[in-house]
Ligand binder design. Structure first.
Ligand code: SF4
Length: 471
């Protein structure tokens, strides 16, 4: 793991050669998306906007387009020069056509909007509304002037994020140098993860720590927390001792088994029989678990693909608990085909009922459904199995480095846009799990810590001094 040290040196290098910090009447046919594009392109200006209370607001960083639920732009930074210390606030920005949309769309009571630091709008409405979070924190409001974009065509194409200052230095590197840099950042990330994992294992024990880590990857990506809670409340030892009842216990503690419903349930006979069986296992233990049953609000089910429903994933977790000796043997054994063995094991897990049902009540599917699909299995391999196996046998880094990534996510796409500009320029670096991990580490170490719109970020200078030659 020699490269990890080089990346650590890049993070801590003396800054002598590094950059010094500087002294110091809207048309309804414009869609909200178009307005956001104009905002993001800087067409409304950045320095100094005037808030509705008269104070000046400087947009230091436009942030990143949020294509998911929540505020319009995340990871933005705004400065308030008139406040004591001229603080820079990092957070999200929401842009609405009307100021009243904040309350009309329920943002004021939605915790997902608690991190908003600036509310932009074009129309004020009859009275001046108050923009507040669910914690009753007041948010600065700026009314944008539509005349600034009246004559402008919509900017296209819409970038996910603005390219950063490091684009130039990274362009000067050849492919091998970029590969080395990303691999170094990925090794560094792996070492951090392993240290965190060792701490968990020293408190909970190796097996329980591994079980919790696997549960969290099954909760990807919206339901990590409820899966972590369930793995804590129904630890591996309990599920191993209960074997037959394991799935029912997990479904019950998750709050998915309500009052006996199989009597009147209009589902097929097979579903009624399964529910009855679950209930028989769950009922005798329910009173002991009563206080620990998760509320329905703990689960995020909106927008989930049926194959990813947590009920299926809990059935998979129960299967892992039942076949635990095989899980341990995969990590501890010396297989030359480690990656393939793990994928084969995970995708081969079977459960008679869940082999043909998306959820507890869904109709039987004609097509069999893998309990863990190939893409989730690869994520589990990349995020849990490989890191632990490499800690035991560092030579496993070589096959890990070649592991193809099965998916990308908003963070990876964002860092590609910031470091490489056009997606085509960074395309080569999203193809493997290791390079994605390296990109994420750089994003967290530099982009997420920067509140100067790249101006004071030291990554571009540090890249020039990185030790690229592979030993
Ligand atoms: S903050 Fe630093 S690493 Fe991120 S895009 Fe700007 S210059 Fe690059």
């Amino acid at each position: 793991m020699e490269l990890a040290h080089r990346y650590a040196a890049l993070l801590t290098a003396p800054e002598g050669m590094l950059r010094e910090a500087p002294a110091d009447g809207f048309s309804d046919d414009r869609s909200e998306l178009e307005l956001q594009a104009h905002w993001f392109a800087g067409d409304f200006g950045t320095s100094f906007l005037t808030a509705t209370n008269g104070e000046r607001v400087e947009v230091v960083q436009f942030g990143v387009w949020n294509r998911e639920a929540g505020p319009d732009f995340t990871d933005a930074a705004v400065r308030f020069p008139d406040r004591d210390g001229a603080p820079v606030l990092r957070g999200a920005i929401e842009l609405d056509t009307s100021a009243e949309d904040w309350e009309r769309h329920g943002h004021g009571s939605n915790p997902a909007f608690d991190g908003v630091v600036l509310h932009l709008y074009l129309r004020q409405g009859l009275r001046q509304p108050f923009t507040r979070t669910s914690q009753h924190r007041q948010i600065a409001q700026v009314q944008l002037d539509y005349r600034q974009i009246e004559q402008r065509p919509p900017p296209a194409p819409l970038p996910l994020a603005m390219p950063g200052r490091c684009l130039g230095p990274l362009r000067l590197l050849d492919k091998e140098q970029v590969r080395t840099l990303l691999s170094a950042a990925a090794q560094y990330r792996l070492e951090i993860k392993n240290r965190r994992w060792q701490r968990l294992a020293s408190v909970r024990g190796y097996d329980q720590a591994l079980f919790q880590s696997l549960a969290i990857t099954l909760g990807y990506k919206e339901n990590k927390l409820p899966f972590a809670l369930l793995a804590q409340r129904l630890p591996l030892k309990v599920l191993q001792a209960e074997q037959k009842a394991a799935t029912a216990l997990l479904l019950g503690a998750a709050g998915f088994l309500q009052a006996p419903e199989f009597g009147e349930d209009k589902s097929a006979k097979e579903t009624r029989a399964y529910l009855r069986d679950c209930w028989e296992h769950w009922w005798p233990r329910r009173s002991q678990m009563d206080r620990l049953i998760l509320p329905a609000a703990a689960w995020k089910l909106a927008g989930l693909r049926p194959a990813n429903h947590p009920q299926r994933r809990l059935a998979a977790l129960a299967q892992l608990a039942r076949r635990w000796p095989e899980v341990r043997a995969l990590i501890d054994g010396g297989s030359a085909d480690f990656g393939k063995d793990v994928i084969r094991f995970l995708t081969g897990l079977r459960d008679e009922y869940w082999y043909h049902h998306y959820t507890l009540h869904s109709a039987r599917t004609a097509r069999p459904l893998a309990l863990i699909g190939a893409s989730r299995a690869t994520e589990m391999l990349a995020n849990v199995f490989f890191p632990l196996a490499i800690a035991q046998r560092p030579e496993r880094w070589t096959p890990y480095e070649k592991l193809p990534a099965t998916t990308t996510n908003r963070r990876v796409e964002t860092v590609i846009a910031r470091l490489f500009g056009e997606r085509a320029n960074g395309e080569a670096w999203i193809k493997t799990a290791v390079h994605q991990q390296g990109l994420l580490q750089i994003y967290e170490d530099f982009c997420l810590r920067d509140d100067s719109d790249c101006e004071r970020c030291t990554f571009p200078e540090r890249v020039k001094r990185f030790e690229f030659q592979r030993v």
